[in-house]
Design a protein around this ligand. Structure first.
Ligand SMILES: *[C@@H]1O[C@H](CO)[C@@H](O)[C@H](O)[C@H]1NC(C)=O
Ligand SMILES: *[C@@H]1O[C@H](CO)[C@@H](O)[C@H](O)[C@H]1NC(C)=O
Ligand SMILES: *[C@@H]1O[C@H](CO)[C@@H](O)[C@H](O)[C@H]1NC(C)=O
Ligand SMILES: *[C@@H]1O[C@H](CO)[C@@H](O)[C@H](O)[C@H]1NC(C)=O
Ligand SMILES: *[C@@H]1O[C@H](CO)[C@@H](O)[C@H](O)[C@H]1NC(C)=O
Length: 524
């Protein structure tokens, strides 16, 4: 064996040992400690998933109403959100659950078509304004701050009828809706999110056609839908900044979803592919708003332009903002909202021939068979990926102020939900490491979700709630799950205070939170 070879082997050995050690500390060890003072704890929902009352008291039809009522609605169990958790009537039960859990804030979304049945401000439905006023006031009465998402995928159908997010006109129409929301609720609401997961709305709604409005055209229409949502976000932020910030003193951000993308091997091609995956998933939306130069990530522009040229297009399928829009969009944020659930292993493959967002990336993903699964095929439990992702964001966007706006686990709805309790414990512990050990600038955490609800195209087959709901009972009773107790304990302790001289032990799932007797009855 040559000495060069020998050196290589030695090096590999050292790297392996460092790697393994890092793995043990970073990935499996429980850290006692607490979150910074003033850290915010919350729970979230979205209007279409919980409200029901789909056509009550003047509410207009939205794209999800239209989709689920179609003959083949594309929902796994053929269910709808017509009643869902009936939060339109039962919102006081939600407030009680939030209070019992001890959250500081509640993240919920406005149903645009409940307030504006046509989507436009020339016809305001007072019942919609009243409903959200009642909810906001009930929350404040219990010392829970409202955090409002303006758009969580439920576009008014009349706006879809003019092309929805493919029509740039909707940018200004959204601005007017945002304006009305600030002026109606902003005296009491200090935290706003313009868009929830624009990637999912763009790609699943206007690319793959799995979610409403079921438009197919990946590699083209999803890029256009995204383009207009990014512009609409900037429009809404600028309206707040110019006309409301001085008097209302609140904050406006946007929420992105992102998995952690771990290279499948240490092959440089796979390492690059994992980085590219993060840029296509998160950078697509975050780079125009949060990066110093604005605009889409250079790698995304390069890849899509190159494939477009090969396909015979005379320009890139990725639309261009132009410098005026780049400047208008850049810096339109008061905080970075992150929804995170899972991780993926990424490796390089040549994209297939068909035009699509997936094929534009030249990569594929898999998961590690050792990662525990959930009721959702896409959701594997990988707590350490959470820490890596928030560190990546911290570096990529210059120490940006971040709030986790969703994180959670799906099962089939049982009250004794140990797997969800473990998920929350381990993920929140990794988040604490990112803050206390790595210095990430994170000011809050939000559990998805406070209650079981309508899980989009999975209907009621996957449950994410801290509280269970009996969906066959017309009263929709809420029952507290074990995970709600665990989360409540974490909130009350602001983390995991030291209870051992050796502050590193394995995750103490069973011993950390001695459980009270929990009853199955509807106790709200
Ligand atoms: C849902 O409805 C479709 C027809 O509309 C039917 O083929 C399918 O079997 C139904 N699925 C379930 C789970 O009821
Ligand atoms: C916002 O709404 C107010 C009326 O409440 C109106 O005077 C103002 O022009 C609107 N601003 C924008 C940017 O549309
Ligand atoms: C590119 O082709 C489209 C038709 O596919 C045409 O409408 C457009 O004007 C062309 N653009 C340029 C810059 O040639
Ligand atoms: C993809 O395109 C190349 C070049 O045109 C062709 O050789 C190949 O057979 C195509 N592959 C598939 C799966 O269609
Ligand atoms: C759910 O409600 C239905 C109807 O009231 C009832 O028959 C059923 O026992 C309930 N299920 C549970 C688990 O409580």
């Amino acid at each position: 064996m040559s000495s060069a070879e020998n050196k290589k082997r030695c090096m590999a050995m050292v790297l392996l040992m460092v790697g393994l050690f890092g793995l043990v500390i970073a990935q499996d060890q429980f850290l006692y400690g607490t979150f910074p003072k003033g850290f915010l704890w919350g729970a979230a929902t979205a209007s279409y998933q919980i409200e029901g009352g789909w056509n009550e008291n003047g509410k207009g039809e939205n794209i999800w109403d239209r989709m689920v009522h179609a003959y083949d609605g594309g929902i796994k169990d053929n269910s709808t959100g017509d009643v869902a958790a009936d939060s339109y009537h039962k919102y006081m039960d939600d407030v009680a659950a939030l209070k019992e859990t001890g959250v500081n804030f509640y993240r919920f979304s406005l149903s645009w078509s409940r307030i504006l049945p046509t989507g436009r401000i020339d016809q305001i439905n007072q019942d919609g304004i009243d409903y959200y006023n009642k909810l906001i006031n009930a929350l404040l009465d219990k010392n829970i701050s409202p955090m409002i998402t303006l758009y969580h995928w439920d576009l008014p159908q009349p706006l879809e009828d003019i092309g929805g997010w493919l029509n740039e006109e909707v940018v200004d129409i959204f601005g007017a809706y945002a304006n009305l929301s600030y002026s109606s609720f902003g005296d009491r609401v200090k935290s706003w999110i313009t868009f929830n997961e624009p990637l999912v709305q763009s790609h699943l709604g206007y690319g793959l056609g799995i979610f409403a409005p079921r438009v197919k055209g990946s590699g083209k229409t999803d890029y256009i839908a995204a383009h207009n949502q990014i512009k609409a976000h900037a429009r809404a932020w600028r309206i707040y900044d110019a006309d409301y910030r001085a008097t209302q003193n609140g904050e406006v951000g946007i929420t992105f979803n992102c998995a952690w993308d771990e290279p499948k091997t240490q092959n440089p091609e796979d390492i690059e592919a994992a980085e590219r995956a993060l840029q296509f998933e998160l950078g697509w939306f975050a780079h125009p708003i949060f990066s110093a130069n604005g605009d889409y990530p250079p790698i995304m522009k390069e890849y899509i332009a190159s494939r477009s040229a090969k396909e015979g297009y005379n320009m890139s399928r990725l639309p261009e903002f132009g410098q005026t829009w780049v400047n208008y969009i850049k810096g339109t944020h008061d905080f970075f909202g992150l929804n995170h659930y899972t991780s993926r292993l990424i490796y390089r493959v040549k994209g297939g021939n068909e035009t699509s967002y997936e094929n534009d990336q030249d990569l594929a993903s898999s998961s590690d068979p050792s990662w525990p699964s959930s009721a959702s095929s896409w959701l594997k439990v990988v707590p350490w990926g959470f820490r890596k992702l928030v560190n990546w964001i911290h570096k990529e966007y210059n120490g940006v102020r971040l709030i986790v706006t969703e994180n959670g686990f799906s099962d089939h709805g049982q009250i004794k939900d140990d797997d969800r309790a473990k998920y929350y414990t381990s993920y929140i512990n990794e988040l604490m490491k990112a803050i206390n050990l790595d210095g990430c600038n994170i000011f809050g955490y939000t559990a998805w979700s406070i209650i079981d609800n309508f899980e989009w195209s999975s209907g009621y087959t996957e449950k994410f709630g801290l509280y269970s709901i009996n969906f066959t009972d017309p009263r929709r009773p809420r029952s507290r799950k074990f995970s709600a107790e665990v989360y409540s304990n974490i909130i009350a302790n602001n983390g995991f205070p030291a209870s051992s001289t050796n502050n590193m032990t394995m995750y103490p799932f069973k011993i950390q939170f001695p459980s009270k007797q929990h009853n199955l009855h509807d106790h709200l």
